[in-house]
Write a protein that binds this ligand. Structure first.
Ligand code: SF4
Ligand SMILES: [Zn+2]
Ligand SMILES: [Zn+2]
Length: 312
């Protein structure tokens, strides 16, 4: 198999682009995709300091590697969730990567914010799916950190597969509000919220795996053990089987939606009015923000449990 660009021996075939690439041309393809996304969506410039959410997974590690290599000023932020060996390994990976590349990194420990690790909190608040609880907590502490430290842009490694799966979930449930504003660049709706960007939204999981392999970028290969029941995995499976039969389906679904479909939902959408939480002062649509409500439930659960153990 020959490279479609230069004719050298190919390293990979990308069916959705009907092209094969050698290592050099694949790198060029990959990096052009990222730069194209950053420019097209006006995500950030080299004058800005980009905060990157680094979980230790392949996507965020590849993003951190690329942005640093391309000369962007970055700081990584890692949320330590306390999910046993998985969290310990993830933390080790981001710490050693930061050290070996001379990068700045901040670790935020969930237990310092809610008094419990994520698995403990999940046990206490059984009515919430782990990923929904985790998402609310991470969103809050990451945004608070970003705002307090003066970052104006927060980047994540979400890829085409992630975004297409989110879109499928939003369509299946007709989440009109989410459909109206699903975008790889979410502007800040409030002075206490950073804008959020996803520079990998045109790259597939498979392409990112090729990139990390090519550069020996360390990452944690296992999935988070709490993700087993995540609906997004089912959506990815469905999309992958369609992609297998018709390469380019995921790309057409997501990029077609962003270019042609989203506008119809955006017309119907009125952004919610944001005010400041009565307890913590962070933006919310309610009197008390989602994070402070989680804290309250965890406290009440503790009171309930101690009353229960006293009565035993
Ligand atoms: S898979 Fe779910 S629980 Fe695990 S880190 Fe991601 S959102 Fe959190
Ligand atoms: Zn080539
Ligand atoms: Zn609050």
């Amino acid at each position: 198999m020959k490279c479609s660009r230069c004719g050298k021996e190919a390293f990979t075939k990308l069916k959705r682009h009907n092209a094969a690439f050698c290592k050099d041309c694949f790198e060029l393809f990959f990096e052009r995709q990222v730069e194209g996304a950053i420019r097209r969506k006006q995500m950030f410039t080299k004058n800005e300091h980009v905060l990157i959410g680094v979980s230790g997974g392949k996507d965020s590690m590849a993003l951190w590697y690329y942005l640093h290599k391309a000369g962007y000023k970055t700081t990584g932020v890692h949320v330590f969730l306390g999910i046993g060996r998985y969290s310990e390994e993830s933390r080790k990976i981001v710490e050693s990567f930061a050290l070996s590349h001379g990068l700045s990194l901040k670790i935020l420990n969930v237990a310092d914010f809610i008094g419990h690790s994520l698995p403990e909190a999940t046990k206490k608040l059984k009515e919430r799916a782990p990923c929904s609880l985790c998402g609310s907590i991470k969103r809050y502490i990451l945004n608070k950190f970003a705002v307090e430290q003066g970052f104006t842009v927060y980047a994540t490694g979400h890829n085409l597969d992630d975004e297409a799966a989110t879109l499928l979930g939003n369509v299946l449930h007709w989440h009109i509000d989410y459909l109206a504003h699903q975008d790889p660049h979410l502007p800040s709706p409030h002075p206490k919220m950073t804008r959020k960007v996803k520079p990998f939204y045109t790259l597939t999981e498979e392409e990112i795996i090729h990139y990390v392999t090519l550069h020996n970028i360390p990452f944690i290969p296992e999935r988070c053990p709490l993700s087993i029941k995540a609906k997004s995995l089912d959506y990815k499976e469905v999309l992958n089987s369609l992609e297998e039969k018709s390469p380019g389906t995921k790309h057409m679904f997501l990029l077609g939606f962003l270019e042609k479909g989203k506008q119809y939902f955006a017309r119907e959408y009125t952004p919610p009015l944001l005010r400041e939480c009565e307890r913590c002062g962070m933006p919310t649509t309610r009197d008390i923000c989602a994070f402070c409500r989680i804290l309250e439930k965890l406290r009440n659960q503790g009171v309930k449990n101690s009353a229960h153990s006293r009565s035993e």
